[in-house]
Design a protein around this ligand. Structure first.
Ligand code: SF4
Ligand code: SF4
Length: 245
């Protein structure tokens, strides 16, 4: 059996000047990318990254950022009724709530302690979905940081501040009271919306009262036909009699 020896690799022949040209071309290509991006950032303001000096990037409305707690704008009362649904559903066990059964003027249980540990939260949004009242919302805050893990354990006061900041922002942007992530209506009404709702309620109550009054007026009129009927009977009979005649 004959074994054919492997072919010797063909030597790459490059001239001295070809090597120099390749090096220069590579540098020029790299510099072209750098200069193009420099122009986009400095002149066209199409920054890939944005320095704080130029403000921050517009966050998508449905961005699922740090969780916040809400209050009812009309009454100033907290929306949370202490049902613990969020604490139970949280897959990361990062919500801790302690409630008292009653607090004057508060509907349901009152959460005296409400903590979300942002070290653990994965922003899955299950707590927001499970909340029966619109007490929890996603905010567009993503840059919450701290010098220790303790800084990321958000207590109730901090969560309420975060929630209120987001609600105010949505209202200022003219997005009304609809939660931009869940589409739930709504945790907080603007004064104008609240007045419009009150006006609608008043109009509906007035319409109901009118209908009731009209029904009361019609009631005796409906009772009347029996007497009229009695009066008509002889006439109809007499007409019938005359027709037969
Ligand atoms: S977003 Fe998810 S992980 Fe974070 S607190 Fe809510 S349920 Fe827990
Ligand atoms: S699910 Fe909503 S109402 Fe229930 S305890 Fe959590 S935040 Fe409060």
């Amino acid at each position: 059996m004959t074994v054919t020896p492997p072919k010797a690799p063909i030597p790459v022949k490059q001239s001295y000047w070809q090597d120099i040209w390749d090096a220069v071309a590579t540098i020029l290509k790299g510099m072209a990318v750098t200069i193009r991006n420099f122009g986009r950032v400095v002149f066209l303001k199409q920054a890939m990254t944005i320095t704080k000096k130029w403000g921050s990037r517009q966050i998508a409305l449905r961005y699922r950022g740090t969780i916040g707690l809400t209050v009812d704008r009309r009454t100033g009362k907290e929306n949370c009724i202490g049902c613990l649904a969020c604490e139970r559903i949280c897959p990361d066990h990062c919500i801790h709530i302690e409630t008292v059964d009653e607090k004057p003027g508060h509907k349901g249980k009152y959460p005296v302690v409400f903590i979300i540990d942002n070290n653990l939260c994965s922003l899955c949004g299950l707590c927001v979905e499970a909340c029966p009242t619109p007490a929890l919302i996603h905010t567009e805050l993503w840059q919450i940081g701290g010098y220790s893990h303790r800084d990321l354990v958000l207590d109730k006061q901090r969560l309420l501040e975060i929630g209120e900041w987001q609600q105010e922002k949505w209202i200022r942007m003219g997005l009304g009271t609809v939660d931009q992530v869940t589409g739930k209506k709504s945790m907080q009404l603007t004064d104008e919306e609240w007045l419009a709702e009150e006006e609608k309620k008043r109009a509906a109550a007035a319409a109901r009262a009118q209908r009731a009054a009209a029904a009361r007026q019609q009631a005796p009129a409906q009772a009347r036909p029996s007497s009229e009927h009695r009066e008509k009977q002889p006439k109809e009979v007499s007409e019938g009699e005359t027709s037969s005649e």
